[in-house]
Write a protein that binds this ligand. Structure first.
Ligand SMILES: N[C@@H](CCC(=O)N[C@@H](CS)C(=O)NCC(=O)O)C(=O)O
Length: 249
């Protein structure tokens, strides 16, 4: 049985103007139809804004471990950071992962692989320092992105495609949709935005991944979310950035 919805909304803290890592949590919450407040996107007068998020990063929640960085989720006394861990905690509460321990761990393992992949996506435009502008590290970004597109992108996507095939072709884990399917959808969306040419060239090699992404996008609550103003558009401040000079030639 899927546990009841929380009586109080979850509080999600993430940068308000990008999808970034927070989007993986938003997708789960939206798919679950769970009540949540995207705190940094609320007006400061109502206790929201980036300042409210920074306050918690400085350790303002008594008794809770201060997160290193966003996204983090607050529910009652619990403050939980690390995208993969947040999803691992939320998913069983909303029936978005199978109940069996091995399946839950496999989902978590796959989400941690998504975490690794996102670092490499980020490093295509910021290979030297997150604190410096892209324009200050453009030559290095070009070399890094070329290597990423030639070797790492096909390796990661090929891996997820193989996992799908080995599990019957439709779902990454178990016999039904789980949050990691939502995460793979988000990777497809991000890659299509950031590297349209390179991704198109890889499409024939990952048919199951593409079909999964279509099915996820058609899930009723997610379709409504994707069409809504709550979905922040991709932009050149997030993880997936469209710099045509970094895409395949
Ligand atoms: N491993 C963490 C990474 C968190 C992270 O890098 N958050 C970014 C935003 S997407 C941030 O603002 N980090 C602060 C920093 O690295 O200084 C996760 O997957 O949630």
């Amino acid at each position: 049985m899927v546990p009841a919805m929380p009586s109080k909304p979850y509080l999600l803290y993430y940068w308000p103007s990008i999808q970034g890592r927070g989007e993986f949590v938003r997708l789960l919450l939206e798919d679950a139809g769970a009540p949540y407040v995207d705190v940094a996107r609320q007006p400061p007068a109502e206790g929201g804004g980036v300042a409210a998020m920074l306050k918690l990063l400085e350790g303002a929640a008594p008794g809770a471990l201060a997160p290193f960085g966003p996204p983090f989720l607050r529910h009652g006394n619990l403050v939980l950071a690390q995208t993969a861990l947040i999803l691992h905690w939320l998913a069983p509460r909303h029936g978005l992962v199978p109940k069996a321990e091995a399946a839950r761990l496999h989902a978590h393992q796959l989400q941690l692989t998504v975490t690794d992949f996102l670092v490499e996506v980020h490093d295509t435009h910021h290979p030297i320092a997150s604190s410096k502008y892209y324009q200050e590290q453009q030559p290095e970004a070009k070399r890094r992105a070329a290597e990423f597109l030639a070797n790492r992108l096909p390796k990661y996507l090929g891996y997820f495609e193989r996992v799908l095939r080995a599990n019957g072709g439709k779902f990454l884990v178990g016999r039904g949709h789980s949050y990691v399917d939502g995460s793979l959808f988000q990777l497809v969306e991000g890659l299509r935005y950031a590297f349209p040419k390179a991704f198109r060239a890889l499409e024939p090699k990952v048919p199951r991944t593409l079909a999964l992404a279509d099915r996820v996008a058609a899930r009723p609550r997610l379709a409504a979310y994707l069409a809504s103003g709550r979905r922040v558009p991709f932009n050149e401040h997030g993880l997936f950035r469209r710099y045509p000079e970094l895409d395949a030639g």
